[in-house]
Design a protein around this ligand. Structure first.
Ligand code: KIV
Length: 277
């Protein structure tokens, strides 16, 4: 079983941390058996699996249910779960209760919270209750409307400095690691060099301590959408379309099921006699 401390060791030894999202049991099992360091149940679930345009609609109930499924597939990897929109913004008590649910109902070792200018003190208080927090900065999808779309952050000196300061403040608040999403490579490199906690990048260049991708992007599940930061390693959309097409032809031409796929009645004669009687 891997623990969060592995991430710090990897950073110290300059070994890269590997991370991917998962939203169901079979995928979690494959990732775990592949030896991935972190499996993140991302609220990207809202967009990738539920077809919403943003991550905002996904609920605690939905996230808890899929997190339990993912958790059942995990033996070795570090499970981290995203706190969905409105699960931690309403009050400190509600945030703590919702975080507690993930820890009680799954094997989560940390939860991920999107940091804003206003929630660093909340994050600090949660950490003081001995709950490991991974903070998420840069392009924070739950703030998509404030950010004016899914845009790379920290392109000018002023905004880059704000994100840099936020990273320092979050380390001081005690978070266990940072996701750096959608920011310039120079900024993520500087943050990574400056901090002693590990950074995991997505669309943030090469110099983070590790990388994370949305599993559906990596596997090529959506032919209409491939973000610039993603490398597609497979064409599952094509593979599934091909398999479904072959299945349909087999059914239409009575080539499926084959003899080996069905079972014969054991007492055939007796059955026919009964029918005639
Ligand atoms: O929700 C998600 O999948 C994420 C990762 C992209 C970091 O937050």
């Amino acid at each position: 079983m891997k623990y969060l401390s592995l991430l710090n060791e990897k950073k110290k030894n300059k070994e890269k941390i590997t991370a991917l999202t998962a939203y169901d049991y079979p995928t979690a099992r494959i990732l775990d058996e592949s030896g991935i360091d972190i499996v993140l149940v991302g609220d990207s679930y809202a967009m990738v699996k539920l077809g919403h345009e943003t991550t905002l609609p996904v609920t605690m109930t939905e996230m808890l249910s899929i997190s339990q499924a993912v958790s059942r597939g995990i033996r070795e990897s570090i499970l981290i779960i995203d706190m969905p929109f409105l699960s931690y913004q309403v009050s400190e008590a509600e945030a703590m209760y919702n975080i507690g649910l993930f820890f009680k109902e799954t094997k989560a070792q940390a939860v991920k919270i999107e940091a804003t200018a206003n929630n660093i003190s909340l994050i600090g208080k949660i950490v003081k209750m001995d709950v490991p927090i991974m903070a998420h900065i840069g392009l924070t999808p739950q703030s998509v409307y404030r950010l004016g779309g899914y845009r790379i952050q920290g392109k000018d000196a002023e905004s880059a400095y704000r994100i840099y300061e936020q990273a320092l403040a979050l380390e001081k608040a005690g978070v266990c690691s940072l996701v750096l999403e959608g920011m310039t490579s120079e900024l993520s490199q500087r943050i990574t060099e400056e901090l002693s906690i590990p950074t995991i990048g997505i669309g943030a260049g090469l110099y983070c301590d590790g990388q994370i991708l949305v599993i559906d992007d990596l596997l090529g599940m959506n032919p209409d959408y491939l973000p610039k930061h993603t490398k597609q390693y497979a064409d599952l959309y094509g593979i599934i379309r091909d398999a479904v097409g072959k299945y349909m032809i087999d059914v239409e031409q009575s080539r499926f099921p084959e003899e080996k796929h069905f079972t014969h009645l054991e007492e055939k004669e007796k059955f026919y006699k009964k029918i005639k009687a």
